[in-house]
Design a protein around this ligand. Sequence first.
Ligand SMILES: Cc1cc2nc3c(=O)[nH]c(=O)nc-3n(C[C@H](O)[C@H](O)[C@H](O)COP(=O)(O)OP(=O)(O)OC[C@H]3O[C@@H](n4cnc5c(N)ncnc54)[C@H](O)[C@@H]3O)c2cc1C
Length: 396
Amino acid sequence: MKYDVVIIGGGAAGMFLAAALPANIKVALLESNDRVGKKLLATGNGKCNLTNLDMNIAHYNRPGYIEEFLDKFDAHDTVATFEKMGLITKAVDKRVYPYSECASTVLDVLRRAVDKAGTDVLTSHYVNFVENFNDTFNVQGIIKCEGKPNESFTISCDTVVLATGSPATFGKDSTSLFTAFGHKVREMRPSLAPIKTNKEPLKGLSGVRVKAGVRIGYRYEVGEVLFKDFGVSGIAVFNLSSELARDRAKIGDILTIDFMPEYSRAEVEDILRKRGANLTVGELMLGTFHTKVQERIIATANCDPNEPAQTKIGALANAIKNYKLEIEGLGDVSLAQVMSGGLDPREFDENLMSTRAKNAYAIGEALDIDGDCGGYNLQWAWTSAMTVARSIMRNV
Ligand SMILES: Cc1cc2nc3c(=O)[nH]c(=O)nc-3n(C[C@H](O)[C@H](O)[C@H](O)COP(=O)(O)OP(=O)(O)OC[C@H]3O[C@@H](n4cnc5c(N)ncnc54)[C@H](O)[C@@H]3O)c2cc1C
């Protein structure tokens, strides 16, 4: 069996690429799962935040690198392409979602577009080897169907595209398929993930959700923080977790939570003082935060709830503005949204073609590109896929 193009991985990037290629190009999309687009269904809490109208390159790990790609296919192009496929979208604070707020609607239109493009979608096809022989790629693997013995397959093609994503939450790291061509891979580590911390400051807080400021080193985010028994989670924490994945922070560093991010330290003291200096510490804190947060602030400020608050206002304001947790590591891969690491993008040209093997491309999360929460990772999947689609169409 010979194809013009074989795409390995039927996720966001692989499907978008297949949908963009015209029917006169014979394409096979190989997916190890028994269905395509499984991870897409889990995105954005089931709503799929497919891009972001604020395309500031600072949201990515390699801003300078990604800029030239986004210049050619950005968030507006993504929205236009999906609307052309039939998807109605809406923006909420610059984040773009399907109007239905159902990730399955995005998958529905993508599947239809892939079908219309005439792609052969081969599910339950797990690829375990790719070789390049006389300008032809042989893609080999196993067909795994429940209740049937495994069968091996070999498919030949002129162009091969690695779109295998990452193991974040679920999935696989299949970047080793390209190391045979001489590519280097940076180990994949959870990037948008919870952070494990020391247990003392978490006492009694597990399950509590707050809107707070979070700081690691120079990076600061305001957003949702969710306390867990092993550390902290939530969007603000997820975005800062990339500091660890990118080696800009390390185990033992301090993560600081600011429970009143709208106010300066002096303003917080002022607010507490105005509440009444004749109160006890417990009375002063009553009605401020979630009960468990109040208790932790009082304990961290070394106060007794029954003692007079007058001389404790500075210590309480400090605990409110600088609640410290010591970083013990990144949360589990199964809790991560994205992985940092993968194939070194510098070994791919401006069309994302390998500089080691002609007509071999890589797209999506298989490359060492990752972004913040908010639609930036899917945007990279769409942008990289369209870059490769245009290159393939030019070469046919
Ligand atoms: C819970 C969750 C929520 C998320 N929410 C958002 C969000 O709202 N917005 C956003 O921008 N990003 C979000 N992301 C990130 C986003 O989903 C990924 O960055 C994106 O899916 C990457 O696309 P991809 O095509 O590179 O990889 P994937 O979508 O993971 O697709 C890769 C495919 O390749 C297949 N595969 C792997 N190895 C092989 C092999 N050897 N042979 C055959 N097939 C193989 C896999 O089974 C998979 O289907 C979220 C991720 C998670 C886990």
